[in-house]
Every structure is written in structure tokens, then in C-alpha cells.
Design a protein around this ligand. Structure first.
Ligand code: TXA
Ligand code: MG
Length: 313
């Protein structure tokens, strides 16, 4: 199929209305959208991404009134988090309504809901007029796309449309919080940290996989965020092997000489840059990427989460 690339949100929204797939920018990463109530359209997302069919999708909205179409109940913790952080880089998981097709949630009785804050995303979703389910717009397992070109590299000729925007501001995926139980559970670290969540819902706890039973967030068990190159974490100041098949990303001075070196000006800059850096390394056939560790506070916790997953065998 031919992929239309456009900067016109009206043209892009037409593809969603017609039952197609369209990638669009948000403040976190680019998403690959389809009408949340259209089973056939959602099936196209799984096919285009080669996404495992046990990994549920997040529904994106532009107006809080749409939550009622998706969730059968807004729990007290969800209400507080919505008031504090919507629109923004937060996804809340709630019990779903029967209107949400099973394919969107891969059979789960719950649905993830997020209201992006990025103006072009808001405009696009408003023009679509329906909730739009969207995973990150990459081939499954690859780093999430932070530019429209990264979406194009992975999904050209596999999706109907790409809505062009700037590179994404945050660069890591949203914070995901399960609000279905009495205690909110942080399922995926993101730009909104556990400390910030606790200002609003003090009893929020991080998810700790038990190993037994079904995973709370099925996506957590899949290989994620990975370049083809091997990723190795290094603490600041540790000397490592340079060389023309190795790369380095971190803060401060590089601990050697590398084929590609990226020194970030802050942890925010590091988070914003890391996925594009992974893709650049793949394009240049880098074999080993050294990633400097950062303190696990604020966005640093989300960045370390992604780096650890990328470095896992
Ligand atoms: O920032 C983001 O969240 C981006 C943009 C496009 O919004 N989207 C994104 O989607 O990262 P995706 O599909 O790549 O990651 C969604 C994560 C997965 O780990 C998935 O398992 C989890 O959210 N998730 C989705 N629905 C869930 C549910 N009902 N219960 C538990 N976890 C859920
Ligand atoms: Mg993803």
C-alpha cells in the first residue's frame, strides 16, 4: 500500500474515518492510530507493526467526555490523576466498556486511556472525532519513533498515512498507571515520575512482576526499545573500549574515542535523543553502544528503565 505523508491534520484524519491507519506525533513518541471502535482497522495496526497479539493498545482522546465511551467506571484514583495530568504524558488503565472491541485490549477487561497535550495531536484527534487506539509507530521491538522519518523508515508502504510533525519533545513513552484497583500501580515509568504521581495519589506503588500469573501489563514482557547493536550500560567515569564499531551516548565527557559520540546537555536531552541515537547507530552498522547510566529520579527513572530493557539479552 502507498503511504501518504502530509502535514495537514484534516487530510490525515480522513484516513482514520475511512477505517485506515495513520501515524501521528504526540509529546512522547509517534503513535500509529486507528478508530478505537473499528475491529478491522485495529487489525491493520497489529499487522503493520508485526505486533504480538497479546499486547494491548492505548486509546487516545482529545476531550475528557470521551472517557465515558471507553471506561465503564472512573475510579477515585483515576479521577485525581485525570484532573492533575490530562492532557499530558500519562496513560490510565480502567475497566473497559463493551463498546471497545476485544482486539484493542487483546481480550483484557481493561483499557489504557491517554489525552496527549501536543497541540497537533489534539487537533488531529478532534478531527478524527472518535477515540484513536495507537501503539508507538515502530516495527515491534525496535526503538520507538521520535521523528516522522523514523516512522517512515519502519512503516512506509505498510500504513495509510503519516502526519508529519517536529521531533517529539519528551522522546520516551507515557507513564502507564493501573487505576482499576484500590491502589494505583505504576506499570511503565515515563515523564511523570512516581514521586509526581504520589503528590496526587500518595499510595501509588511501582509494579513488581511476581513471575506467576498473567502480567499486569503484557507489553512489559516483550523485548522493547532495542537497536540491532548490543547495548551496554556504563557508569560515569568508567573507561571503556572505543573503536570504529562502537558508539557512546551520555552526559559529560566521552570515556574514549568512538565511531559516533553523543554528549547530551541534560537528562531531558538524553531521554529526548536516545531512541533516534539507537536508530542512527543501526543505520551505521554499529555493533556496541555504550550508554552512560543516570540517577533514577524524575525522567531519569524512565530513561534507565528503557536503557535496561535495551541492554537485556
Ligand atoms: O506515549 C505513549 O504511550 C505512546 C504514544 C503513541 O501515546 N504509545 C505507546 O504505546 O507507547 P505502546 O503500545 O507502544 O505501549 C503501550 C503500553 C504497553 O506496555 C502495553 O502493554 C500497556 O501500555 N498497556 C496498554 N493497555 C493496557 C492495559 N489495558 N492494561 C495494562 N497495560 C496496558
Ligand atoms: Mg511500543
Amino acid at each position: 500500500m502507498h503511504t501518504v505523508v502530509t502535514d495537514d491534520p484534516t487530510e490525515a484524519a480522513e484516513f482514520i474515518k475511512k477505517g485506515g491507519t495513520c501515524a501521528f506525533p504526540t509529546e512522547t513518541v509517534y503513535g500509529l492510530g486507528a478508530n478505537a471502535f473499528d475491529t478491522m482497522a485495529i487489525a491493520k495496526i497489529f499487522e503493520a507493526k508485526r505486533r504480538p497479539t497479546d499486547n494491548p493498545l492505548i486509546a487516545h482522546i482529545f476531550d475528557a467526555n470521551q472517557i465515558g465511551e471507553l471506561a465503564s467506571e472512573i475510579t477515585p484514583s483515576a479521577r485525581k490523576l485525570i484532573d492533575a495530568f490530562f492532557p499530558g504524558p500519562l496513560t490510565i488503565v480502567l475497566p473497559k466498556t463493551p463498546a471497545v472491541p476485544m482486539i484493542a485490549t487483546v481480550g483484557l477487561a481493561t483499557i489504557g486511556i491517554r489525552m496527549p497535550g501536543f497541540p497537533l495531536a489534539h487537533q488531529f484527534l478532534e478531527l478524527c472525532g472518535v477515540p484513536v487506539v495507537a501503539p508507538s509507530a515502530n516495527i515491534s521491538g525496535r526503538p520507538s519513533p521520535t521523528t516522522w522519518q523514523a516512522v517512515f523508515d519502519d512503516l512506509n508502504d505498510r500504513i495509510d498515512c503519516i502526519l508529519q510533525g517536529e521531533s517529539t519533545e519528551i522522546g520516551l513513552e507515557s507513564t502507564v498507571v493501573d487505576c482499576t484497583g484500590s491502589v494505583p500501580i505504576l506499570l511503565r515509568a515515563g515523564a511523570i515520575s512516581l514521586e509526581e504521581l504520589r503528590h496526587v495519589v500518595p499510595d501509588a506503588i511501582p509494579y513488581v512482576g511476581s513471575g506467576a500469573g498473567p502480567a499486569r501489563s503484557p507489553g512489559l514482557k516483550h523485548r522493547h526499545y532495542s537497536p540491532r547493536a548490543k547495548v551496554q550500560l556504563v557508569d560515569h567515569g568508567i573507561a571503556v573500549n572505543g573503536g570504529n564499531a562502537n558508539a557512546f551516548i551520555g552526559l559529560g565527557a566521552a570515556p574514549g574515542s568512538f565511531a559516533i559520540t553523543r554528549i547530551c546537555s541534560s537528562v531531558d536531552d538524553y531521554a529526548r535523543s536516545v531512541f533516534a541515537f539507537f536508530r542512527e547507530c543501526d543505520a551505521k552498522n554499529i555493533e556496541l553502544i555504550y550508554c552512560e547510566t543516570v540517577p533514577e529520579a524524575g525522567i531519569g527513572a524512565a530513561l534507565m528503565d528503557r536503557l535496561k530493557r535495551a541492554s537485556a539479552e
